[in-house]
Write a protein of this length. Structure first.
Ligand SMILES: CC(C)(COP(=O)(O)OP(=O)(O)OC[C@H]1O[C@@H](n2cnc3c(N)ncnc32)[C@H](O)[C@@H]1OP(=O)(O)O)[C@@H](O)C(=O)NCCC(=O)NCCS
Length: 298
């Protein structure tokens, strides 16, 4: 008998599991299925930095994921929320997020939403905040040498600078995330701008996805941010570099597009609970986050 041209497959059930025990290759395949650039090593880093759930089918394939990264007692970021393409719009995203909510109850939440996920997060009462510009490409530095307007000394950061980096990051991000910064530092090269021996700006850069990512970057002005980002761009000239930033205009944004890293995509920072402005230090010289650690980590 000739086989039919169509086949109806029954829906199947999924079980929830801890992301901890899952093989990295399976997580890697899961994010590749939605076109994300994460390597197995990037998943490993995220797993060491946070917690998460996976949705598994009967034979242990990963069909969904959601992670959270707690900082202190009152705050967490949420990320790596992915459902397998064939399952999307069937409620799996909602289901995973509800499970995350049970774990982060009482915390203020922040995440960066792709266009595909906005409706999901709006339905969970997240509020839109700011656009994130994902800037990436083959880096090229237009001018070499030290620009004339740097106020202070730029040098490579070492482990003795970590407390100052944590403090500056906390001022920009709004929440102290000491353990994460220490872990990022261990995987990164870093440049700092010092004025009278005080760290006033820094930029970390680490391997990620298709090449390297610069972030976090915290500074008090565009000029200071450029002073610490420029050396990373010079070092990675000719290779793939990425920066995720809230800056849409000004010297910093212009520098990125002139350095081979135009805007590739945008996501939307969203909050549940305290808004970004509630965390802001305020004042003209307050440190500002010029680049995120990543979209997942914020
Ligand atoms: C974003 C994503 C996780 C959503 O997962 P999902 O399993 O499709 O989510 P759900 O089925 O639970 O849908 C949640 C809500 O979004 C709506 N929705 C989902 N996909 C939609 C689409 N393509 N168009 C319109 N609405 C959509 C659903 O109707 C539902 O709305 P409701 O609560 O008002 O009924 C999934 O699409 C995905 O993995 N995308 C690729 C990776 C990604 O962008 N992740 C987000 C990271 S921030």
């Amino acid at each position: 008998m000739k086989p039919s041209g169509s086949l109806k497959i029954d829906t199947f059930s999924m079980r929830i599991g801890d992301i901890e025990g899952v093989e990295l290759d399976r997580l890697h395949a899961h994010s590749l299925a939605v076109g994300w650039p994460h390597r197995a090593e990037d998943w490993q880093f995220l797993r060491e930095s946070g917690e998460g759930f996976v949705a598994l089918d009967e034979i242990g394939r990963v069909l969904g994921s959601a992670m959270w990264f707690a900082h202190g007692a009152d705050f967490a970021t949420v990320g790596m929320v992915i459902t397998s393409p064939r399952l999307q719009t069937l409620g799996a995203g909602q289901w995973l997020m509800k499970r995350v909510f049970e774990k982060v109850a009482g915390r203020d939440l922040r995440l960066n939403a792709t266009r595909a996920a906005r409706r999901l997060y709006l339905s969970l009462d997240f509020q839109p905040e700011k656009t994130v510009y994902q800037c990436q490409g083959i880096a090229r530095l237009q001018t070499t040498g030290r620009p004339a307007n740097i106020r202070g000394d730029v040098r490579i950061l070492d482990a003795s600078d970590i407390p100052a980096i944590i403090a500056l990051d906390a001022a920009g991000f709004g929440v102290r995330r000491a353990a994460l910064i220490e872990r990022l530092f261990a995987h990164s090269a870093g440049y700092g701008l010092f004025k009278d021996d005080t760290l006033t700006a820094f930029a970390l850069c680490r391997p990620f996805g298709r090449g390297h990512v610069v972030g976090p970057v915290v500074a008090q002005s565009d000029a200071d941010a450029l002073a610490v980002v420029r050396p990373h761009v010079a070092e990675h000239s000719g290779s793939f570099l990425r920066i995720d930033t809230h800056m849409d205009s000004g010297e910093f944004a212009a520098f990125l597009s002139h350095s081979g890293m135009p805007v590739f995509d945008t996501v939307l920072t969203m909050s549940l609970g305290k808004r970004l402005t509630d965390f802001a230090v305020g004042g003209a010289t307050a440190p500002v986050t010029y680049a995120l650690a990543s979209q997942t980590l914020g």
